[in-house]
Design a protein around this ligand. Sequence first.
Ligand SMILES: [Zn+2]
Ligand SMILES: [Zn+2]
Length: 344
Amino acid sequence: MRALQFPKAYEANVVDIPRPEIRGARQLILKVEACGICASDIMAYKSTHPYRKPPLVTGHECVGTVVEVAYGVRDLRVGDRVAVEPHVGCGECHYCAIGEYQQCTDKGLIGVGEWVGGFAEYIVLEDSMCYRIPDDVPFEIGALLEPYNVGVHAVRRGDIQPGESVGVVGTGTIGLMTLLAVKKGNHGRIVVTDVSDRKLETARAIGADVAIHAVKADVVAEVAAVEPNGLDVVFIAVPNATGIDQALSMCKRQGRLVLIATLGEPIAIDTHKIQQFERTVTGTAMYNRTDWLLSIEHLAQGTAGFQTLISNTISLDQAPAEIDDLANGRKPDNIKTIITSFGE
Ligand SMILES: [Zn+2]
Ligand SMILES: [Zn+2]
């Protein structure tokens, strides 16, 4: 089968590799129909990701059609259209026992090491990783479910109360997905910040009330103009100290912050802004079944906001050039590129 392989840093080739085989009673083979390109895939390409290291076939934002099931698979059958939750818990640790398997100490992840990910024609999965998507939802929209679930989980971690004002610092893919997830609940005014005018425009189009340029404007003053006490809950979706400091300053006293961005290395932050003003900072990482069931419900309610976040769709053969463009900053306003054809 065809697959996009990163043999070493800054190299991507379409290669022929063996099609994966079922090895367990609850496994299935999925024909990949669409797979989004994630910032972590770009890190893998550059070999800067902590555990997605070349050589590998990565990709984890995928949807497809079930083409083969093992004898122990009960709820899925050949022909089903499913989205993929790309990680699976060990099933034995404390976190798996309480359903919080995103924290499993020994979990498996597609597109890491030997486990071929979604940048390939076929992948092997456990049945618990698959969720049927509504028939009328196109595959490229289904491919957005994985990053959307990051937002859904972050919003659950933020525990927004009815009418509370919300900030989203950074309107890249994850910030925008978080914004979409916030919109599904009961909330007050939503303020977003970013350094890209195009992305701020997109945020406004999908429901932000106030969009502030993080460099050209005085963010704290602009927030104070609409919410004099600051924002109740602020989501941090930019991976740098400046953004985190800005988020702390936008948040009201005794407010909450949810840190979504992955930072590769330790940074310095002014903890006085947490302690003195009694703010709470919560971490969030990936998602679990609760989020996926919720997100499938959201998807069934309509896909308008999701459609806005797709920048372009490409073939597997176009992926090496596209990934190199993304890795070298040649597409700064790109939100989500999706590979939608894998054959020749
Ligand atoms: Zn991702
Ligand atoms: Zn576990």
